[in-house]
Design a protein around this ligand. Structure first.
Ligand SMILES: Cc1cc2nc3c(=O)[nH]c(=O)nc-3n(C[C@H](O)[C@H](O)[C@H](O)COP(=O)(O)OP(=O)(O)OC[C@H]3O[C@@H](n4cnc5c(N)ncnc54)[C@H](O)[C@@H]3O)c2cc1C
Length: 545
């Protein structure tokens, strides 16, 4: 006899855990099935060096911003250990000398720092911040909106489209123009309209290409910048990026604890092989070991190719949906480099290896737009970047739980390697790439290379094989324009429902993903619960009468 539940959640990444928590909170008997030995997915803290288990790294994702207070409060995550240290300034030390700091919340210091490079840019900076804040007012709440299936004539979809239009009735010509610019421009062109100094433009361009298979001159990268910069996710909280204590795995652990508190059963080492479909409805799942579990509600949080093409099978899917998933773009060419350091980087521009403000935020290696662009051009030509860029952070500037006192952990999120490096390990080339990345930091902080005690290099192949991030894309699918909002993951299915009855979709490949925000999991659970209510009321005597 197959075990029976009210709800099965496939994937124990943070979205799966959020979905399960909300389902169980609504009294559904829920089980989470995770293929790895631990939950968390791309939000994971691990000890990659067997001979140095005292060092823990936040192996893939590394900073928090977009999780809405609604989820944090509903799941009482603080009581399960969720604690975030706000990050310090963006910091870039330049090979030619000097440095730049950018402060998210201190206009005066921002002015002074930027004015060293350009007075004109220093004056433009508060206007730029205000412009972004205005866009956040429009785009932030959209992150919590379930996209309507635009074009569908079903009453529920028509109502959703009308609601969306009504909510935006206050927008004026200027705001619509600004949103249009943001959605269509390259980050390079947008920044050229605002700033003149290459140092400032390099620092601001970085967020436009994070996790993206596109250089800063590609249209659409302005939106990627907004996705990473707009912290107001719609319920009155201006979010900053921050370091979760215990690394990103601690965030997943807090959600898992909340889920268990609501009664969720979590099974690790439980790889799903198939979703069982009967007459167009999901009725259960089959594990790779042959076990079967049954439920009327199933939420899958895996990459769309795995979730639909592998687990449901094309024969059970409408042809156009299957084609959309087959052609889903899922590249990024990201390499994560995790380091254990014996001391903090001693920058020539800001000397000292004692902890200082410039160690507490993003410690970047993206000195100009052209530098970032060249890294992309190399990879697009099929070679790993000769001079990769890096979004570096040193979480141990605050978090003392990750390594022994006096030492530090540094996380380098770097790009790019060729988009097909998910197909082969490329181990030796990745090590050479990491050497080059480290050399670049060593040029501006000459103690850097010698301070490295251990290093861990995770490329696209490992991301795909070990973590299920197909193509090595960090978000289960690119944040390119044709894959946003009502198109994420496919037109007609952006409302967290799927072509299969009873099967819901809540991975980062849905609207508001990616990132460790929990919104896709929350929305998928809401859709499932709403449909159960519809079924119940349709059967109730009042509805029948
Ligand atoms: C290198 C890197 C850096 C990033 N940096 C950041 C950052 O700093 N901040 C941020 O907010 N976001 C960041 N992201 C993105 C973010 O981590 C992801 O968008 C998010 O964690 C995805 O969550 P998820 O629950 O949707 O999917 P996942 O975390 O991918 O979870 C899916 C789960 O399903 C499991 N699974 C796979 N196949 C099966 C199967 N057959 N059966 C059962 N289980 C299965 C997987 O093991 C995994 O645990 C980063 C991602 C990467 C890779």
């Amino acid at each position: 006899m197959a075990a029976t539940y009210d709800a099965i959640v496939i994937g124990g990444g943070h979205n799966g855990l959020v979905a399960a928590s909300y389902l169980a909170r609504a009294s559904a008997r829920t089980v989470v099935l995770e293929s790895r030995h631990k939950t968390g997915g791309a939000a994971t803290t691990e000890c990659p060096w067997p001979d140095a288990p005292e060092f823990k790294v936040t192996r893939l994702s590394y900073v928090m911003s977009l999780m809405p207070p609604t989820i944090i409060n509903d799941l009482k995550l603080a009581s399960h250990g969720y604690k975030v240290y706000p990050m310090g300034p963006y910091y870039q030390a330049f090979p030619e000398g000097g440095s730049l700091k950018l402060y998210a919340d201190d206009a005066q210091r921002n002015y002074e720092s930027v004015a060293k490079w350009s007075k004109k840019d220093a004056e433009a900076m508060p206007l730029w911040d205000a412009w972004l804040a205005g866009l956040a007012d429009v785009l932030g709440p959209m992150l919590l909106t379930a996209p309507p299936n635009i074009g569908s004539r079903k009453p529920r979809d028509l109502l959703g489209t009308l609601r969306l239009a009504w909510r935006h009735r206050g927008l004026n010509v200027r705001t619509i123009a600004d949103v249009t610019r943001l959605m269509t421009m390259s980050i390079a062109d947008l920044l050229d309209d605002w700033f003149e100094s290459s140092q400032v433009k390099g620092a601001l361009a970085l967020n436009g290409v994070i996790g993206t298979w596109a250089g800063p001159y590609e249209p659409g990268t302005a939106y990627v910048m907004a996705h990473h910069s707009i912290g107001d996710i719609g319920d009155g909280h201006l979010g900053n990026w921050g370091f979760p204590e215990g690394g990103m795995g601690a965030v997943a652990d807090a959600i898992a604890a909340a889920a268990r508190g609501f009664g969720v059963e979590i099974r690790v080492n439980s790889r799903i092989g198939r979703v069982l479909v009967e007459n167009g409805r999901a009725i259960g799942v089959a594990l790779e070991n042959g076990d079967e579990l049954r439920a009327n509600t199933i939420v899958t949080t895996l990459h769309p190719r795995t979730a639909f093409l592998e687990h449901v099978g094309e024969k059970n899917l409408p042809a156009d949906f299957a084609r959309d998933i087959r052609t889903w773009k899922t590249r990024s060419g990201v390499v994560k480099i995790n380091l254990a350091l014996s001391e903090l980087p001693n920058f020539t521009a800001d000397p000292g290896s004692e902890l200082a403000e410039h160690h507490t935020g993003a410690v970047e290696m993206a000195p100009s737009m052209e530098f970032i662009e060249q890294a992309f051009l190399d990879a697009r030509e099929g070679k790993p970047a000769a001079r990769p860029f890096s979004d570096g952070v040193i979480p141990t500037a605050f978090d003392k739980t990750l390594c022994p006192e006096g030492t530090h952990i540094m996380s380098l999120f770097t790009q790019w390697v060729p988009s097909d490096w998910n197909l082969e390990p490329h181990t030796a080339e990745l090590e050479a790439y990491a050497d080059r990345m480290i050399e670049l930091y060593d040029e501006v902080a000459p103690n850097f290379k010698a301070s490295i005690l251990h290093r861990d290099v995770v490329g696209p192949y490992q991301m795909e094989q070990e973590y299920g991030l197909i193509g090595g894309n960090i978000f289960h699918g690119e944040l390119s324009l044709e894959q946003l909002f009502h198109m994420r993951p496919a037109p007609g299915y952006a409302d967290y429902r799927t072509p299969i009855g009873g099967l819901y979709y809540g991975s980062s490949a849905t609207h508001a993903g990616g990132g460790v925000c929990g919104i896709p999991g929350w929305q998928a659970a809401r859709a499932a619960l709403a449909d159960r209510n519809v079924t119940r009321s349709a059967r109730s005597p009042r509805a029948a009468g």
